[in-house]
Design a protein around this ligand. Structure first.
Ligand code: HEM
Length: 397
């Protein structure tokens, strides 16, 4: 295939496409499996097998210039690990992996459940609530903030600032002034906490990070304040935004497929599989960027070294070449893998936490509210080029 249909346009900043990208993604998979967007000068792969192949080849497809389209070559230094290649990536990842070990995750189930119960109990008898604003967005931010050691009173501010950093106006790729203003607030806040922890260590992740040692050629050393800030920024952005979107998709998709919801009420043992199916069906983080370190060939065309390549993980989850009848949402679907949590060395560090939060959120929701309706006119999407899903999802219970 040497060209692409002139009427086929995929623009990740277009609100209309973002509202329902599946028809465009399907056309990309069928008609332009390697797509080039001349306006933003990016290339995109949309088929499952292609996304998988690129994800494991970090030597050719680098994350080091950034993985968010509008931030390519604009990433701050020191860059978070998600924007690094080996060997720095591996050193940084090792530092925080302990906080996400299976044992730590098992310990988290109780507090996650308590937070979920508290938020949902407050809505019993109310007749309805906003499943994202009152629940889906609050749960992960309370969980990650408590892991980091942020006081409860400050958690809503943190979430609002993180939302504002990622938000994009229609047609806007990046508003530098707004971004630095909000980023400044966020960092100023955490900088104060770091100073406090240095003088009075506690049993939380922030203290762990301050005490962790990173191996370098010249020997081991502690992280600087700024490096700790970068870690915290990454964990709170990655932990808040994505799970909030996953839960929004759960609220919406289960209302659309009441038979599937009923199956989960009757057989809660299906919930872990339903979380995987939700991730496949509506990927909360549907686009990951890479930069080519050398020329590559895809579907008969050359992609030059230095080019930006987008992996459309959201499209990969609906690829009929991998999943039979992919537009059917089926909580009993059997499949071995998806790429909605990434694949390869950058595989989502918080995957077990995301799965835990997803499972507990659904168990607790369905135990109280076996049925609900979404008010489609009052629902609102978030607008970012990194996550996709609802900002508001009012439901009637
Ligand atoms: C449903 C929820 C989530 C989704 C869909 C999601 C998705 C992803 C994806 C697709 C990647 C790979 C990015 C790439 O290849 O460039 C990733 C990486 C990452 N995620 Fe998640 N994520 C979720 C939840 C979380 C949570 C709860 C945390 C932490 C609290 C987290 C922390 C991270 C970090 C630190 C990375 C970078 C890993 C690395 O570079 O090695 N994520 N996530």
């Amino acid at each position: 295939m040497a060209s692409q249909p002139p009427d086929l346009r995929y623009d990740p900043y277009d609100y209309d496409i973002d509202a329902d990208p599946h028809p465009v993604w399907r056309r990309l998979r069928d008609e332009a499996p390697l797509y080039h967007n001349p306006d933003y000068d990016f290339w995109a792969l949309s088929r499952f097998a292609d996304v998988l192949e690129v994800s494991v080849d970090w030597q050719t497809y680098s994350s080091a210039r950034g993985t968010v389209l509008e931030l390519i070559d604009k990433i701050p230094e020191p860059a978070p690990m998600i924007f690094r290649d080996p060997p720095e990536h591996a050193r940084l990842r090792k530092l925080v992996s302990r906080a996400f070990s299976p044992r730590r995750m098992a310990e988290l189930e109780k507090p996650v459940r308590e937070i979920a119960r508290g938020l949902l109990d407050a809505q019993v008898g109310a007749g309805g609530f906003d499943y994202v604003a009152d629940f889906g967005a609050k749960l992960p931010s309370m969980v990650i903030s408590s892991m980091l050691g942020v006081p409860e009173a400050d958690r809503d501010d943190i979430r609002r600032w993180t939302d504002a950093v990622l938000h994009r106006e229609p047609g806007e790729t990046l508003d530098d002034a707004r971004m630095s203003e909000v980023q400044g607030k966020l960092w100023g806040y955490f900088a104060r906490y770091i100073a406090e922890r240095r003088s009075a260590p506690r049993d939380d992740m922030m203290t762990d990070l301050l005490e962790a040692e990173i191996e370098e050629e010249g020997g081991a050393r502690r992280l600087t304040d700024v490096e700790v800030l970068v870690f915290i920024g990454l964990l709170s952005a990655a932990g808040n935004e994505t799970v909030a979107r996953l839960l929004g998709w759960a609220g919406d998709t289960l209302a659309r497929f009441p038979d599937q919801r009923r199956a989960l009420v009757e057989r809660p043992g299906l919930i872990p599989n339903a979380v995987e199916e939700l991730l496949r069906y509506e990927a909360p983080s549907p686009v990951q960027g890479r930069t080519l370190t050398r020329d590559a060939r895809w579907h008969g065309r050359r992609v030059p070294a230095g080019a930006t390549l987008l992996l459309l993980t959201g499209s990969a989850g609906r690829d009929e070449r991998e999943y039979p009848d992919p537009d059917r949402f089926d909580v009993e679907r059997r499949f071995e893998r998806h790429v909605s949590l990434g694949y390869g060395i950058h595989f989502c560090l918080g995957a077990s936490l995301a799965r835990l939060e997803g499972r507990v959120a659904l168990e607790e929701t369905l135990a109280r509210f076996p049925e609900w309706r979404v008010d489609p006119d009052a629902a609102e999407m978030v607008h970012t080029s990194t996550v996709r899903g609802y900002a508001k999802l009012p439901i009637r219970t």
